[in-house]
Write a protein that binds this ligand. Structure first.
Ligand code: PDD
Length: 288
């Protein structure tokens, strides 16, 4: 028994659909030994995937970045995820988790000459952010970004992210805002947004951050709503003086950060730009 996990849910593993509780991977899997793999998290609302095309595109980029040819194209990945969703029986809000590793081989760092990718897909219920988080906002503290320089790859090597999330937990807050060389990068598992004088800003989409699927989506919503947007380096001082801070991810959608480093952000309440983006995000989900 693993708390919070439904061992009876149907998952995909290497060509078969099995109970989660029966799914087994070799200890020599390079995902286990080296963290040599990538993953995707696709949110679904009332059983329908949200922004699937963008997730497929990022999956393709991640596989190419680690030079892993798993023998499937975007269409085949989509079929696999939709099939797993269907067999999982989940018809409400849920997430599709897909993981691809370089497979099982003798433990040697270089790529194995012959190995078959390990492909795993599961579907879990998604609890959308509750009213308290939407209305009161989240708290965050700053920390130095100590991760590697390929944060654009959605790698399963998440130790840096795990340690930063634990830093937040130990500090008694919800999230961290990481800074590299004095500039904002991202949260432990989310992108960060800064509003000043009505302008929405985010760090440039480069190797210092994961390009969240909500990054592009929120930029498109801002454009539609006439909210000016700018991608550029954002200093820690600018973050500290922001009118609004927000975070975004597949599971957190878009949420306000109302306390940063122990102080209120702007008025200390979720701001006007957040409210507009939130409403547009909710409307997009409703119209799925
Ligand atoms: N995390 N940055 C990092 C480091 C992330 O791990 C995530 C998402 C994001 C936001 O990406 P998206 O909008 O595509 O969810 C940014 C997922 C949810 C996770 O690891 O569970």
């Amino acid at each position: 028994m693993i708390p919070g996990v439904d061992n009876d849910s149907v998952v995909y593993l290497n060509g078969e659909y099995v109970r989660l509780g029966d799914a087994r991977v070799s200890v020599l899997d390079r995902g286990f030994i080296f963290g040599d793999g990538i993953y995707e998290v696709v949110p679904c609302y009332h059983g329908k995937p949200f922004l699937m095309d963008k997730h497929l595109a990022r999956l393709t980029r991640s596989l190419a970045a680690i030079r892993l040819d798993a023998g499937r194209d975007a269409q085949a990945w989509q079929r696999l995820m939709l099939d797993t969703l269907q067999r999982s029986g989940q018809r409400g809000d849920c997430i599709i988790y897909l993981q691809v590793t370089r497979g099982v081989a003798k433990r040697e760092h270089g790529f194995p000459a012959h190995s078959q990718a390990t492909v795993f897909c599961m579907v879990s219920p998604l609890k959308r952010p509750d009213a308290h988080k939407r209305d009161d906002g989240m708290s965050a503290v700053s920390m130095v970004d100590e991760r590697w320089l390929h944060c654009e790859i959605k790698s399963v090597s998440l130790l840096g992210n795990v340690l930063s999330k634990q830093y937040a937990t130990d500090a008694g807050v919800d999230e961290v805002l990481q800074f590299r060389d004095g500039n904002l990068s991202e949260g432990s598992s989310c992108n960060i947004w800064v509003v000043k004088d009505g302008v929405l800003r985010a760090p440039v989409r480069d190797h210092h951050i994961l390009e969240g699927i909500r990054y592009g989506f929120l930029v498109s919503l801002a454009e539609r709503l006439g909210i000016p947007f700018e991608a550029r380096a954002i200093s820690q001082e600018e973050v500290a003086q922001a009118d609004e801070l927000m975070l975004s991810s597949a599971t957190k959608e878009v949420l306000p950060i109302t306390r940063f480093d122990g102080k209120p952000v702007g008025s200390g309440k979720p701001g006007a730009v957040y409210a507009r983006l939130r409403a547009a995000y909710d409307a997009a989900i409703e119209s799925l």
